[in-house]
Design a protein around this ligand. Structure first.
Ligand code: PHE
Length: 355
């Protein structure tokens, strides 16, 4: 090379390059050559001593050296960075053969499984799933169901009153009145179920103060003859799909102020198969629900003309059905929140789910 100064810098640089063993040294080298007072940068100050016709060439030589340096710098930098990354990866490697820490998953409560099952069944038959308030008024829980204040049948349901007018609903039947009344200006057929929580002031081995019911209500024009036979057919499908095959149903005459005629419906005891055991009190039957033909007063009070409309209603308690379905011997298991009990149901597959 023609220019002594450039040649000198180039020689020192070649020596220096051999010493570069890490990123820190590489960066120091950059300052030494390309910094403000760097050796390559400073070459520019000799330009004034060079005859003007050669200045361009001198400039080119300096640029060439600068480019060489930059190439060297970039290559080395990449090398060192890859090395650092590799070391880091090696240090932080995850041992995928180690067993992982298990995350706890919750599981569906068996009563909720039952509710979903019932919903699937009735939705497949064209019913709506409806809900109503748990804090209910005396009006909807009783009065509009043909149970005026002071009616003796109120004694069948010991209630939690919050005020004189408000109580925790004792039955999902309250929603019957709500649905009818909501349609009073334009009465139309109704097919609904109402799964939900209900409350009564009772607490013993077979009753808890909070439990679940699922109301069913079917209303249609009189000429369509929704009859007791339809109620029976519906409940037969219900019991078969929700609890299991091979169970007999028994309708016993009973009394509810909001249905006439009224029935209590029993199924064959799941424990003894009908032979008689302590669970069914030696009768071979277990009661699962109340039902009947909707009372004309209920229709009239809630805006449906009983001469034009009619239908049936039913209301099973869901804890019993759940116990039947899963063979749970004691209702208290459902509400004592023992995680071991609840986890059992995570493994139960619902391969016979309703399609
Ligand atoms: N609501 C009644 C009860 O809780 C059951 C029932 C529902 C009866 C619908 C008739 C019709 O005992």
């Amino acid at each position: 090379m023609k220019y002594q100064k450039v040649e000198e810098v180039k020689l020192i640089l070649e020596e220096d390059q051999k010493q570069i063993t890490n990123l820190q040294k590489l960066n120091d080298l950059k300052i030494k050559y390309l910094g403000k007072k760097g050796l390559i940068t400073e070459l520019n100050q000799y330009i004034k001593d060079i005859p003007s016709e050669e200045r361009k060439e001198f400039g080119l030589c300096v640029n060439e050296l600068r480019n060489e340096f930059n190439d060297f710098y970039e290559t080395k930098k990449n090398l060192f960075e890859t090395e650092i990354l590799n070391q880091k990866l090696e240090k932080e490697a995850i041992d995928i053969t180690l067993p992982s820490t298990k995350t706890k998953r919750g599981s569906k409560h068996p009563v909720n499984r039952m509710i979903e099952r019932i919903e699937d069944l009735f939705v497949s038959m064209g019913y709506d799933v409806v809900s109503g308030p748990e804090l209910e008024t005396d009006e909807f829980c009783f009065e509009r169901l043909n149970l005026p204040k002071g009616h003796p049948a109120r004694d069948m349901q010991d209630s939690f009153y919050i005020t004189d007018e408000y109580l925790l609903r004792t039955q999902t039947s309250a929603v019957q009145a709500r649905t009818l009344l909501a349609n009073k200006d334009n009465p139309k057929p109704i097919r609904e179920i109402v799964p939900g929580k209900t409350y009564r002031k009772e607490d013993d081995a077979t009753h808890s103060h909070q439990f679940c019911q699922c109301e069913g209500l079917v209303i249609d024009k009189k000429e369509n003859h929704v009859s007791l036979a339809d109620l029976k057919g519906t409940l037969e499908i219900f019991v078969k799909e929700v609890i299991g095959d091979n169970l007999d149903l028994r309708f016993r005459p009973s009394y509810f102020p909001f249905t006439e005629p009224s029935y209590e419906v029993d199924v064959t005891c799941f424990k003894c198969g009908g032979k008689g055991c302590p669970l069914c009190k030696d009768t071979g039957w277990i009661e699962i629900l109340g039902a009947g033909i909707v009372h004309p007063n209920v229709l009239r009070m809630n805006g449906y003309n009983p001469d034009e409309w009619g239908g049936f209603a039913f209301g099973p308690g869901l804890e019993r059905l759940t116990m039947f379905r899963y063979g749970i011997p004691d209702m208290r298991y459902l509400y004592t929140n023992d995680i071991r009990f609840l986890e059992e149901f995570d493994r139960k597959d619902d391969s016979d789910a309703i399609k």
